[in-house]
Design a protein around this ligand. Structure first.
Ligand code: KIV
Ligand code: ZN
Length: 511
């Protein structure tokens, strides 16, 4: 089998990515991202467009100072003032790259630049020659290449390579190309540009039709040696090809593409999260590779399959990108998944406890769709901490609450104490206080409530409430008790009764 070709990864998160509507990065954030991209072994980091703003200039300059392993690139139009500014910003770079761009398609030539094809070639050649006095690593991009007449594109590429371009980048600027068509464009360039072997072919695909990654991969299949991309696929309009998707496609299907990258894949998830939190551009939940659901299995059949053999439902190991697989427990989850999650959390459970926990998780999932780790812990604690029914002296029958903004809250609690029905009533400062007082009013043994803690386990008004209390019995012994319920009052009442049962068990339970 032929040795896989090395595909260079040119990351433009800090240039095209930062052009995303709604994204802004501070100077410090850009430096942090650049350092992480270097740690990820990105071959080229495009750090900004220095002529565009003072901030971009400083970003390219300071990233050039910091980055030693990756090449640092900046963007310039093929005009001297742009190239001078970029060259200045790149001065501290150990491995600088000048990236010059000039639109070549008829629509750009006629309406934006108002230049003839001949003038475009002259401008491109002059720009590349001018740039090469500053550094020999020059990338030339014929903007809107995919909508440029192919014969003209071949000529532009030939002349700019002759002038010194070492990489020729083929942008699908408006995300118009289709995969097979774009692949053929790359083959056409290889066949028709006589000096093409003197340069690396790069591609820069936008995602307007959702094809940026497919087009880039098709270009690789047809001989491109560099792909331009951005973390989480951010960039102008619908964005650029997503770095993480390209990286994982080339890793997972390396033999299909006969290609590989130098990337340190285990940084992918961390960098994705970082870019999302710095730019404020959230990663869509079902986004390939880095979305929250990318490795989450909810259906019981899938969960069981993954537990038996991960590859049954996962083509990539989430650990590879620095992320653990997440089994989301929901109403479709089976007891295998519940047991495995709890085992991982350190619970050793009896079969009947697993069954009870599973059915409570399903009941909760019916109400709140997803059950989070914290919910599971709370339910498991509740189930495992339960006293045997026959050991409970106090059993709750019913709670009634009367409350409102113009009445003092009042509770009526019906209990069975040692098998005898009793009803307690009390008023309080709030419904929980009233319930606690109503319970205390019918229990003759002295038990004092020392602490009461309430927390919502997961977000939303339908979240589980977790109440933990501390009670002290007449011998001075303290007991912790807890309960969870979707209803705050019920969680409080159940926790208090659990506490009373623990506090009164040893002393009062008839032998
Ligand atoms: O989309 C585009 O054409 C670009 C060029 C500067 C490569 O971003
Ligand atoms: Zn672009």
């Amino acid at each position: 089998m032929a040795k896989p070709r090395k595909i260079k990864i040119f990351d433009t998160t800090l240039r095209d990515g930062e052009q995303s509507p709604g994204a802004t990065l501070s100077h410090q954030e850009k430096i942090i991202i650049a350092k992480h991209l270097e740690k990820m072994n990105v071959d080229i980091i495009e750090a900004g467009f220095p002529i565009a703003s003072e901030d971009d200039f400083k970003a390219v300059r300071d990233i050039s100072k910091e980055i030693k392993k990756s090449e640092v690139a900046g963007l310039a139009r093929v005009v001297e003032k742009d190239i001078d500014r970029l060259a200045k910003a790149l001065e501290p770079a150990k491995k600088p790259r000048i990236h010059v761009v000039l639109a070549t398609s008829p629509i750009h030539r006629e309406f934006k630049l108002k230049k003839s094809p001949k003038e475009i070639i002259q401008m491109g050649v002059a720009g590349v020659k001018y740039a090469s006095q500053f550094c020999k690593n020059i990338e030339f991009s014929p903007e809107d290449a995919s909508r440029t007449e192919t014969a003209f594109l071949y000529e532009v590429l030939e002349k700019t390579i002759e002038a010194g371009a070492t990489t020729v980048n083929i942008p699908d600027t408006v995300g118009y190309a289709q995969p097979a068509e774009f692949g053929n464009l790359i083959s056409g360039i290889i066949e028709n540009v006589p000096n093409i072997e003197q340069a690396t072919i790069s591609v820069h695909c936008h995602n307007d039709l959702g094809l940026a990654v497919s087009n880039s991969l098709e270009a690789v299949r047809h001989g491109a040696g560099q792909v331009e991309c951005a973390v989480n696929g951010i960039g102008e309009r619908a964005g650029n090809a997503a770095l993480e998707e390209l990286a994982m496609a080339l890793k997972t299907r390396s033999s299909y593409y006969s290609a590989e990258t130098n990337l340190n894949l285990s940084e992918i998830y961390r960098v994705s999260q970082m870019v999302s939190s710095f730019t404020g551009l959230l990663v869509q939940r079902n986004k390939a590779v880095v979305g929250e659901n990318a490795f989450a299995h909810e259906s019981g059949i899938h969960q069981h399959g993954v537990l038996c053999k991960r590859e049954a439902y996962e083509i990539m190991d989430p650990k590879m990108i620095g992320k653990e697989s997440e089994l989301v427990l929901g109403k479709h989850s089976g007891k295998h998944a519940v047991k495995s999650v709890l085992k991982e959390m350190g619970y050793g459970l009896k079969e009947n406890q697993v069954e009870e926990i599973t059915s409570r998780i399903k009941a909760l999932a019916d109400k709140q769709k997803r059950v989070f780790r914290e919910d599971i812990v709370a339910i498991a604690n509740d189930v495992t901490d339960q006293m045997r029914e026959e050991d409970k002296r106090i059993v709750l029958e019913e709670v009634k609450i009367f409350t409102g903004n113009r009445v003092q809250p009042e509770a009526e609690v019906s209990l069975k104490i040692d098998g005898k029905q009793v009803v307690g009533k009390a008023k309080g400062v709030g419904p929980v206080d009233a319930s606690a007082k109503a319970i205390a009013s019918v229990i003759s043994e002295k038990v004092s409530l020392k602490e009461y803690n309430l927390k919502a386990i997961t977000g939303g008004t339908d979240a589980l409430a977790n109440v933990v209390i501390k009670v002290k019995n007449s011998r001075g012994k303290e007991f912790l008790a807890e309960a969870i319920n979707e209803d705050v009052i019920m969680a409080s009442v159940e926790a208090i009764i659990n506490g009373y049962n623990k506090a009164l068990f040893k002393e009062g339970k008839p032998k």
